[in-house]
Each structure stands twice: as structure tokens, then as C-alpha cells.
Design a binder for this molecule. Structure first.
Ligand code: ZN
Length: 204
């Protein structure tokens, strides 16, 4: 089933400012089960997803991907929303936050999180994680170039190509990649797996 980039595949649960992400299954057969599980939940075009904060409903299709949609405006006109990131990856920063919070909590650490926007990158392009004994910057998008010689250790999401790493490391040889590492940078899959809800997709 092919996704349409204009269609909304992610939302947050319970309110516009929620940090609890949700991905809508694209297949009709899975949407039935999803609706059943979330019978008493509400879905929102979350502000932390770059959304308008409006409430969303689910659209069922058998001939194309199921997706979220805004409720029509009270005047009956189609709702206008400026949200640019709508695909299955668009809530990954919230999944990273929840996975990293659980990962650190297991180690007795309490972390703070910010969805910083260095270099005016899109919301969610990096997640900064700080706790008493460390700090990580998780890169989920190539819009923001990792900085390697910093107190904050970069972690690359698997959707960030190594080629941007090559560009920032003088000792890197592209031929030897990925056997060589010129810094302590790690790929995200070396952290505990980031699981999306529902279909249990891994971030990739
Ligand atoms: Zn919206």
C-alpha cells in the first residue's frame, strides 16, 4: 500500500499538546482493530508534530492508504492546516523521547528532552536528551549536520545517511565506512530499539 505524502499518518493522543504519538495503520484490515483499541481515545494534529492542534478523525479506505483527516471547520469548509511533515516518520521524535526516557529510567536516570531546532531545521529533526551524567543529540533528519567534537554525543537515526557524517570528519575514508568511526557517534539502532506503536514498526 503506497502512502500519499499529503495524507496524515501520525497524530498525538488526548490533546493538541500531547507528547504521546500514534501511527495510523495504512491497511483497512488493521484499521478495524486500531479503531477498536482506541474506541475511547481522541486523536489530534499535535503542535509538537508541527500541526495546527485540531482534532483528527480516521478515514477508512480499501483502495488506498487509510489516514487521519481533520474535522471540517464549523462553517463546513475544509480545514486549512500548515503541517508539512505528515508521513509515518513524522512523529519519530516523540517515539525517540519515549524510548529514551524508558531506557534511562531503567538505569535510574531522569532525563529532560527538548526538540531543538538548530539551523532552523524542521521541528523534530533533532531531539536533545540530557541527564545528570550525559547528553545525547538524536538526529532524525539530515537537515541538521551532526557536530562531533562537542559535549553532546550525536546519535544518528537510521534515516540519516552516512554521507553527511563523511562530510564532517577529516579522518574518515568513505571506502572503509562503516568499519571506521572517527568519533563516538553511534547509529540509533545501537540504542535500545525504538518501537512505533500499533504495527510495532521499528524506526528505519
Ligand atoms: Zn492540522
Amino acid at each position: 500500500m503506497r502512502a500519499d505524502k499529503r495524507r496524515i499518518q501520525t497524530a498525538v493522543l488526548g490533546g493538541a499538546g500531547s507528547e504521546e504519538p500514534l501511527m495510523l495503520p495504512m491497511e483497512a484490515i488493521e484499521l478495524d482493530a486500531f479503531r477498536h483499541v482506541h474506541e475511547s481515545d481522541t486523536f489530534w494534529c499535535g503542535t509538537l508534530l508541527g500541526g495546527c492542534g485540531g482534532r483528527l478523525t480516521t478515514k477508512f479506505y480499501t483502495d488506498r492508504a487509510c489516514h487521519f483527516a481533520h474535522h471540517p471547520d464549523p462553517d463546513g469548509l475544509p480545514h486549512v492546516c500548515g503541517r508539512t511533515a505528515r508521513g509515518v516518520n513524522s512523529a519519530d521524535h516523540l517515539y525517540v523521547k519515549s524510548a529514551a526516557a524508558a531506557w534511562l529510567a531503567d538505569r535510574g536516570e531522569q532525563a529532560t528532552f527538548t526538540y531543538a531546532r538548530p539551523e532552523d531545521g524542521p521541528l523534530g529533526s533533532v531531539v536533545d536528551v540530557r541527564w545528570q551524567h550525559g547528553a545525547l543529540r538524536v538526529h532524525l533528519d539530515q537537515a541538521v549536520v551532526p557536530v562531533w567534537d562537542d559535549a553532546v554525543e550525536p546519535v544518528l537515526g537510521t534515516m540519516v545517511p552516512w554521507v553527511i557524517v563523511v562530510g564532517t570528519c577529516t579522518s574518515w575514508s568513505a571506502d572503509l565506512a562503516p568499519a571506521l568511526s572517527c568519533s563516538s557517534g553511534r547509529h540509533l539502532d545501537q540504542l535500545d530499539a525504538i518501537e512505533r506503536d500499533g504495527a510495532g514498526r521499528r524506526a528505519e
